[in-house]
Design a protein around this ligand. Structure first.
Ligand code: FAD
Length: 387
């Protein structure tokens, strides 16, 4: 039996990309989103070539390219001394080596570009302000007005759609907290670099900064070990959280400590990860994006993996009987996400290193050329998702 209509729960990167990817194969989708409108949730995103290649295929890249920045390098810098440790070239190098660009932008720029394309597409329909609480067949059919052939759970780290899949992953707190904020260029200290992504590394902490063209300023993310704040996604940073941040970065360079102590409007993001489990039920449901594999942002790949999942699932569903498509999707994508997860874990170990491990890390990095560091990422950025 062919797949004609798909219900997608969630209109984040995963859900919107899934709708466009299915439409490319002539498959109709109905997206159900709890938010009454899609606003400015989140902050900056790095979009690597493995994902921008798909956005180009879906006709989205042209819409965002003139609004994003293409950094020249991803730099690793000591957060204690501000000394350079290593750099991976991106910019023109990325286009040449991996066949697609590396860009940084506000999350809402990408979400709005995807949403506009979805709204223009007669095969896609969005139901805003509609939360799926118990994702049984009756509630899904009530939400979209018909019984779908397939339900895609693109409803993020707290996914309710997981309840349709016995043995689906569960989310757990990673022990790390991110503080995310943006700042205007004229207020920014001189060590923030408008041409590059900079990851400042320190003991048990790191800080990532990159330019955002949309605001003429910077996106800053500070990540450190923290307390478990319970089931919540983001919240305004409180005074207590501000003190926690200052304590965690107390060994850092004074200029960075000053930046963090003057923070206004930072949002506080406890970082959750999805554990192992099934991503499909062999019949009529699959999970994509954070619902399947919420991961730590140490490799900056969560949204990229959501985009790859959506594109590959659509291709399989269009060309293979559903149970087989779902099984292949799970096998192929779990292998890919596991490899990305291992890279993230490696970055976490290297970024947050202390004492002798930090000294060894710095010595090893000093021997590596930018090209050899880039070659280590061929499997990640050079990946060509099959849609
Ligand atoms: C600090 C930080 C930095 C990051 N940086 C990067 C980066 O640089 N590059 C990168 O690729 N990734 C990055 N990520 C990861 C990335 O943001 C996520 O992996 C990605 O946004 C996940 O997309 P998604 O569509 O799966 O989920 P979400 O974006 O969470 O979307 C889920 C959608 O489902 C809706 N929803 C949820 N439950 C229901 C329900 N019951 N009924 C109806 N609707 C529902 C939600 O409202 C939401 O719109 C970062 C993450 C963090 C925390």
């Amino acid at each position: 039996m062919s797949t004609n209509v798909v219900a997608i729960v969630g209109a984040g990167m995963a859900g919107l990309t899934a709708a466009l990817s299915l439409a490319r194969h002539g498959i109709r989708s109905e997206i159900v989103e709890q938010a009454p409108q899609l606003g400015e949730v989140g902050a900056g995103l790095q979009i690597s070539p493995n994902a921008s290649r798909i956005l180009r295929e879906l006709g989205i890249l042209a819409d965002i390219e003139h609004r994003w920045c293409e950094p020249q390098e991803i730099r690793l810098t000591s957060g204690v001394t501000l000394g350079a440790l290593a750099a991976v070239p991106v910019g023109a190098f990325a286009r040449d080596r991996w066949g697609a660009p590396y860009g940084v932008l506000h999350r809402s720029t990408l979400q709005q570009a995807l949403l506009s394309a979805v709204l223009r597409n007669p095969l896609c329909k969005v139901h805003l302000g509609c939360r799926i609480e118990k994702p049984g067949d009756t509630e899904i059919a009530r939400a979209i007005g018909e019984q779908p052939d397939l339900v895609i759970g693109a409803d993020g780290v707290w996914s309710r759609t997981r309840a349709r899949i016995p043995g689906a992953p569960k989310a757990h707190f990673s022990g790390n907290i991110a503080w995310r904020f943006t700042m205007a260029g004229d207020n920014a200290p001189g060590f923030l670099d408008p041409s590059n992504v900079t990851a400042f590394l320190g003991p048990k902490t790191h800080l990532v900064c990159y330019p955002l063209k949309e605001i003429g300023g910077f996106n800053v993310v500070a990540i450190a070990a923290g307390l478990d704040p319970g089931e919540t996604w983001s919240a305004e940073g409180s005074e207590r959280q501000g003190r926690m941040l200052a304590e965690q970065f107390s060994a850092w360079h004074p200029e960075i400590r000053t930046l963090l102590s003057n923070l206004r409007g930072a949002t506080f993001w406890p970082l959750y990860q999805a554990g192992p489990g099934r991503w499909q039920n062999g019949r009529d449901t699959a999970l994509i994006g954070d619902a399947a594999h919420a991961m730590m942002p140490f490799a900056a790949q969560g949204a990229a993996m959501a985009i790859e999942d959506a594109f590959e699932l659509a291709g399989l569903v269009a060309n293979t009987p559903l149970p087989e498509a779902l099984a292949t999707y799970e096998r192929v994508r779990q292998m890919r996400a596991a490899r990305v997860g291992r890279r993230g874990a490696f970055n976490r170990f290297a970024y947050h290193a202390r004492g002798p491990i930090r000294i060894a890390r710095d010595l090893v990095l000093a021997t590596r050329s930018p090209q050899s560091l880039a070659a280590d990422l061929d499997w990640l950025y050079g990946y060509r998702a099959k849609g």
